[in-house]
Design a protein around this ligand. Structure first.
Ligand code: KG4
Ligand code: ZN
Length: 335
């Protein structure tokens, strides 16, 4: 099965071509330069940039490629104006080629990315398992019972994890997106003489990161921000944020007695998070899976993966158009 995949949920325009289990091409155009001057993503600028770049990327990926047998795109969650760009392009192409159109969930794509190894889709999951999605827009914990069968255990009550990294970096005067820069600066911290309270919602599996951001703001208030002090703040923030994500994930793993944890989304690229999760769960005899770094942030290959699993399950047989509307799916039922 040859699948052409499109992604434009936020500030990356991406197209990918999958041939069976092989990700033959995954082209990503990042809009960081456009949004950096505004210190965050400007939705209108994002959708304009997607519409300018999508056609060029499609032209590039379809040159010398065989005709796809299915086309897929992330239909949400994401920025509405951005989502429409790949929705329209994918629908047009599916009608032109007369092939099935499969709208998939962006967050499921982040989860399934954990099964890519050397650009190939492997079968690594041992269901049921706990999934942590930590991205710029979402922090969620799921119980995954099989491909496409997910129960939402908890989500953030305010800021998402990546958003908290970005906002803290902004308070410190670092450019957008702050997550990778904050991680780099935390590594350079020489003084680790203070900590922030670990943000923790007592009941259930929800997260909350806005209190941690406020604690950082109070810590900075009226102080001269030397680079050494900023690095100490980055270190203390990262420790608290990673601990908060780890604690809830550990509670969920214990409750559901799983043997695997999968972590996806942009924040899963964070080295400290990877180290903390891997060593904690190793001690509990639980395997932790992460995507390869290049598949952590938004990319079209992950949409291709979702479509691959649906087609493999025999869904969408003989369909020309399925799930192609822009309605955000409600399949992640809160339990
Ligand atoms: O999944 P993603 O690419 O886009 C969304 O779906 O939101 O995630 C982007 C988020 C941003 O907030 C970015 O700062 C964060 O992931 N991020 C990181 C790191 N790399 C990206 N956060 C912490 N450490 C990193 N190394
Ligand atoms: Zn994402």
């Amino acid at each position: 099965m040859k699948i052409l995949a499109l992604e434009s949920t936020c500030d990356e325009t991406s197209v990918a071509f999958l041939n069976g289990r092989k990700i033959e091409k995954n082209l990503v155009y990042s809009q960081i330069k456009i949004h950096r001057k505004y210190k965050g993503v400007v939705p209108e600028a994002a959708s304009r940039a997607h519409s300018e770049k999508m056609a060029a990327l499609l032209k590039k990926i379809t040159a010398n490629s065989k005709k796809p047998q299915a086309i897929t795109f992330c239909r949400g969650p994401g920025l509405n104006g951005s989502l429409i760009v790949s929705a329209v392009a994918a629908k047009t192409l599916s009608e032109y080629y007369a092939i099935p159109l499969i709208g998939v969930n962006h967050l499921e794509g982040h989860f399934l990315s954990c099964e890519i190894e050397n650009d190939e889709i492997k079968n690594k999951f041992k269901f049921p398992l706990i999934v942590l999605i930590a991205s710029g827009g979402h922090s969620e914990l799921w119980l995954a019972e099989n491909y496409g069968i997910y129960k939402l255990l908890g989500s953030t009550r305010d800021d998402a994890a990546g958003e908290a990294f970005d906002k803290t970096a902004k308070l410190l005067g670092f450019p957008y997106p702050g997550g990778p820069i904050l991680e780099r600066e935390a590594l350079k911290a020489s003084k680790k003489d203070f900590s922030f309270p670990i943000p923790f919602v007592r009941e259930g599996f929800d997260f909350s990161f806005s209190g941690l951001k406020t604690a950082v703001a109070y810590k900075l208030d009226g102080k001269k921000l030397s680079i050494g002090f900023k690095r100490s703040v980055c270190y203390a923030f990262q420790e608290a944020a990673v601990d908060a994500l780890l604690k809830k994930t550990a509670q969920a793993a214990e409750k559901y007695k799983v043997k695997q944890i999968a972590v996806g989304g942009g924040v899963s690229a964070n080295g400290r998070l990877r180290e903390a999760f891997t060593s904690y769960f190793k001690g509990k005899n639980i395997e932790t899976l992460f995507p390869q770094k290049k598949y952590c942030s938004d990319n079209a290959a992950m949409a291709g993966l979702c479509a691959f699993r649906r087609l493999e399950a025999g869904e969408f047989k003989n369909c020309v158009s399925v799930n192609a509307d822009l309605k955000i799916e409600s399949w992640r039922k809160k339990c």
